[in-house]
Design a binder for this molecule. Structure first.
Ligand code: GDD
Ligand code: MN
Length: 379
C-alpha cells in the first residue's frame, strides 16, 4: 500500500455501535478524494470492545489502523496528539466517531490542503449555511459565548474562524511540527490555532448532526477544562498579553517611585531634587527586574548570561530615560505652549510614552532574536 498522504485520526471511547457505519462512510468518502490515506482509530481503553471491533474491521478496510492507548492520561486531545505522532501523512485530520461530523465532507477538507488554499482547514458549524441543528437556546448560547471568548486568545490569522472549538479539521503537519501543544480537555483546535505555525485558515460549513448511537462524553468538567485552557493561552507572553504585563509592571513602578520618595522625605536625606531622581531610578530597576522575570521571561531565558543581562539593563534604562524626556517635552509643548489641561496632558503623555517605551524595549532590549529562531514561513 502506498504511504498515506492524508492521516485521519478518529479518537474513540465506547463507540463500537458507530464503527461499522463510520468506516463504511469514511472509506467511501476518502476513496473519492484520490489521495493515499489512512484512518487511525485511537482508542482509550473502551469497555465496549471498540478496539477489538476496529481490528476485526481491518480485514474489510485495509486503510484502517488501530492504536490502543496505553498512557494513563486519558482524554480526547492527548489521543489526537498521540495519533498525529503515529500518523504517516503530511496532512493530518481529526473527526469524531459518532457521525456528528459527516465523513462526506472529508474530500473538501483534503482539497483545501491539496490545492494549497490553506494550512489549516476547519469544518465549521456556524458559517452561513452550517446550521446548528436542534440545539436548545441555552446550549447555543453557551457555545457561542465560548467561541467569542476563544477569539480573545487567537492570533490575527485566526480571527475569522467562526468555530474555533470544532472537533473536525485538518492541517499540514508542519503547522504543529516542534510546537509544544498542551493537550488537555477537548479543545485541541484552539491549541493548534493559538500555538501553531500557519498563515491561512479556511472554513468549510457543515451541519452538526445527531449522534448515531452511544452517548456524549462531554460533561460539566469540560467547561472548567476549557476555561483553564483559555487562561493558559491568555497568559502566554505574546502579543497583547505581553503588553498588558508591561503595563501592570509600569503601574507597580509608580508605586515603587512614590514609596521610595516618601521614605527619603521621611528620613530627610538627599535634597528635593536628588530624592525624586533616586526614586525614579529605583522604579526603573524594579520594573526591569519584573519585566525580566515575567513580561519577557521567555526571551530573557534564551540569553541569560550576566553580560547580556547587564546590556539589557543599560538598554532599558536608556529607553526609559528617553521616554521621560519625551514625557516632559509633551507636557511642555502641549500644556505649557498650547494650553492643554495640565493633568489630562500628563495622563496622555504617560500613555504615549508607555507605548513608545514598550515598542523600543520589545525590539531593542528584549529582542526577538534572543528568543526562538524566527518562525519559518511556510513555503
Ligand atoms: N480516545 C478518546 N479518549 N476519545 C474520546 C474521549 C477520550 O477520553 N472522549 C471522547 N472521545 C471521542 C468520542 O468517542 C467521539 O468520537 C469524540 O471523541 C467526540 O466525543 P463526544 O463525546 O461525542 O463529544 P461531543 O459530541 O459532545 O463534542 C464534540 O463537539 C464539541 C463542540 O461542541 C467534539 O467534536 C468536540 O471536540 C467539540 O469541541
Ligand atoms: Mn459527539
Amino acid at each position: 500500500m502506498p504511504r498515506a498522504q492524508f492521516s485521519l485520526i478518529v479518537p474513540t471511547l465506547n463507540e463500537a455501535g458507530n464503527l461499522p457505519a463510520l468506516l463504511a462512510r469514511t472509506t467511501e468518502a476518502l476513496a473519492g478524494a484520490r489521495v493515499p490515506y489512512e484512518v487511525l482509530i485511537v482508542d482509550d481503553g473502551s469497555t465496549d470492545g471498540t478496539a477489538a471491533l476496529a481490528e476485526q474491521l481491518q480485514a474489510r478496510y485495509p486503510h484502517v489502523r488501530v492504536l490502543r492507548r496505553a498512557s494513563s492520561e486519558r482524554g480526547l486531545s492527548p489521543s489526537v496528539v498521540e495519533g498525529w505522532a503515529a500518523a504517516q501523512g503530511e496532512w493530518l485530520g481529526v473527526m469524531d466517531a459518532d457521525l456528528q461530523h459527516p465523513p462526506e465532507l472529508l474530500p473538501r477538507l483534503v482539497e483545501a490542503l491539496q490545492t494549497d488554499e490553506a494550512d489549516v482547514v476547519v469544518a465549521s458549524r456556524y458559517t452561513a449555511t452550517g446550521e446548528r441543528l436542534r440545539w436548545n437556546l441555552v446550549r447555543r448560547w453557551i457555545s457561542r459565548g465560548a467561541s467569542n471568548l476563544a477569539q480573545t486568545v487567537l492570533p490575527p490569522q485566526a480571527c475569522e474562524v467562526t468555530d474555533p472549538m470544532s472537533g473536525y479539521f485538518a492541517l499540514r503537519r508542519r503547522v504543529i511540527h516542534d510546537v509544544r501543544l498542551q493537550p488537555r480537555g477537548y479543545k485541541i483546535l484552539l491549541e493548534v490555532l493559538s500555538r501553531g505555525r500557519y498563515r491561512r485558515v479556511r472554513e468549510v460549513p457543515y451541519q452538526f448532526g445527531r449522534r448515531l448511537t452511544g452517548q456524549s462524553k462531554l460533561g460539566a468538567h469540560v467547561m472548567w477544562d476549557y476555561l483553564q485552557q483559555l487562561w493558559r493561552l491568555a497568559c502566554r507572553p505574546t502579543g497583547f498579553g505581553r503588553f498588558l504585563r508591561y503595563c501592570l509592571i509600569g503601574a507597580s513602578g509608580v508605586g515603587v517611585n512614590l514609596g521610595v520618595l516618601w521614605a527619603l522625605r521621611e528620613a530627610d536625606v538627599l535634597g528635593k531634587l536628588r530624592a525624586p531622581a533616586v526614586a525614579i531610578e529605583c522604579a526603573i530597576l524594579s520594573n526591569f527586574l519584573w519585566n525580566e522575570l515575567w513580561t519577557f521571561r521567555d526571551r530573557a531565558r534564551e540569553a541569560r548570561g550576566w553580560g547580556q543581562r547587564a546590556q539589557r539593563l543599560a538598554s532599558f534604562n536608556l529607553i526609559c530615560a528617553a521616554g521621560a524626556a519625551l514625557h516632559l517635552s509633551l507636557v511642555w509643548a502641549l500644556a505649557l505652549r498650547l494650553g492643554w489641561p495640565y493633568m489630562a496632558t500628563n495622563v496622555l503623555a504617560i500613555m504615549v510614552v508607555t507605548v513608545w517605551n514598550y515598542g523600543l524595549n520589545t525590539t531593542w532590549t528584549w529582542t526577538q532574536a534572543a528568543a526562538a529562531p524566527a518562525r519559518k514561513t511556510p513555503a
